[in-house]
Every structure is written in structure tokens, then in C-alpha cells.
Design a protein. Sequence first.
Length: 161
Amino acid sequence: MFSRILYPFDMRKASLNVKPYILKLKEAGCREVHILYVLLPSEWGLLAKEEYDSKEKIEALRGALDEGYVDALLRRFEKMKELAEEFESKGIKARVLMIPGELDEVIAEYAEKNGIELVALGITSESLSFFRVGKLLDVIKAVDKPILIVKTPEEEGDEEV
């Protein structure tokens, strides 16, 4: 039913908590997962809106971005690759990529362009707060696919994993 899943991953515990649900969806036909990190405009400035799906493409950003920021992107990419290896060890093909842009636009465009059948989002109660709910609603409105939302209880210091 949902053979191709888009998994927007922001390196926080809430997004990591989506993984068991995707693994469970293998029983319902999940064959492929696309792990996507969206580079928000405040992070990247003016980069070409392309898919950064290899270390080489991220390395090529040196000069356009601060050296330390590129190093941080490479560390994130490596963690995402580890996650992809977990999916592949369970028989689910995985793709890892980073795309600059607005969260809702990138997710919606990528889902449409790549035949995604389900978007799996991890959120916290903070995501539903008055000041942050707008981003989540923008994603829900923009995406023309079913969305699985996995809510994680708020934890002390919901920092990156």
C-alpha cells in the first residue's frame, strides 16, 4: 500500500522515533524509504535548489558556506547514512539526501516528483505550540499524500541525536 515513504529527518529524537513505524510498514508493503534533511533558508543562504545526495556534493559547498557548517552537514549526512543502513539491513531500500528550501515546499515537491506514497513525520508537543504549529500546518497543507505523524513526548533537551 505504501511502498515508497518519505522520511523528513531533522536529527532530533522525535524524528528518530518514526523509524520503528516505518520498519513496521514493511509488513504493509514498504520497499523504499527516502530520508530527507531540509536545509532551511536560515541555515544555507542562497544555494542552488538541488539534491545533495553524496559526500562529494556536500564537500563542494566549501567556499559557498562556512567551513564549520559544511563539516556539520557531513556529520549529519553520515548519521543519516547509518539510519539508511539500518533500513537496508531490514530489506528496505534507502536513499539519503539534503535539499535546501522551505520545509513545506521541499517536502511536497519531492514527494510529488518521486512517487512518494506516504510522508512520515516525527513531532513533539512543542511542534504544536502556538509559535511553531504554523510550520507543521504548512507541511500538511502542501503535501498531497497521506501523512503519518508520530508524536513523541517532550524531553529535557530534545537536542540532535
